[in-house]
Design a binder for this molecule. Structure first.
Ligand code: FES
Length: 152
């Protein structure tokens, strides 16, 4: 577990590395997420102060972009495509079955910390819909059996 001094030091390093950039907020948030796996709540005031923004402005950007998490992800991240071509191939049905099997909704993590479920809008695998991504690996023509891929 990271203590607040370590977190603050690491955030300060990331802020310093982006000091010369114009419009550095998104690159900073990407680096913070790469470092911690999410954007820790405690990082928001420090980032806001360094960039002369309000905490609400930084929080607004974190919540606007779905790629940023405000909580750590589960051990596996399962993304299901929600875009049109996959919808036409039954993505809604698969999503419903996956949600029921995992007992969670979009952007949630199973209580055992195993799986985080996220929607994604086109994985570039439209001809093989419904498409999914399991921990960064593309899976085409998926069905509810995709849950088995995140079984451990
Ligand atoms: S629409 Fe699903 S991968 Fe493109």
């Amino acid at each position: 577990m990271l203590d607040s001094a370590d977190l603050s030091d690491r955030i300060a390093e990331i802020l310093e590395a982006h000091r010369s950039l114009e419009g550095p907020l998104l690159p900073i948030l990407h680096d913070v997420q790469a470092a911690f796996g999410h954007i820790p709540q405690a990082a928001v005031p420090q980032i806001a102060k360094a960039l002369n923004l309000s905490k609400a402005e930084v929080h607004g950007v974190v919540t606007f972009y779905h790629d940023f998490r405000d909580m750590p992800a589960g051990r596996h991240v399962l993304k299901l495509c929600r875009a049109e071509a996959c919808q036409a191939m039954g993505a809604d049905r698969v999503a419903g079955a996956v949600k029921a099997a995992l007992g969670i909704d979009w952007h949630e993590t199973t209580p055992d910390g195993r799986v985080t479920l996220e929607p994604v809008f086109c994985l570039g695998l439209c001809a093989c819909g419904p498409a999914a991504m399991v921990d960064g690996r593309l899976v085409g023509r998926c069905d509810a059996g995709i849950v088995a891929e995140v079984a451990e």
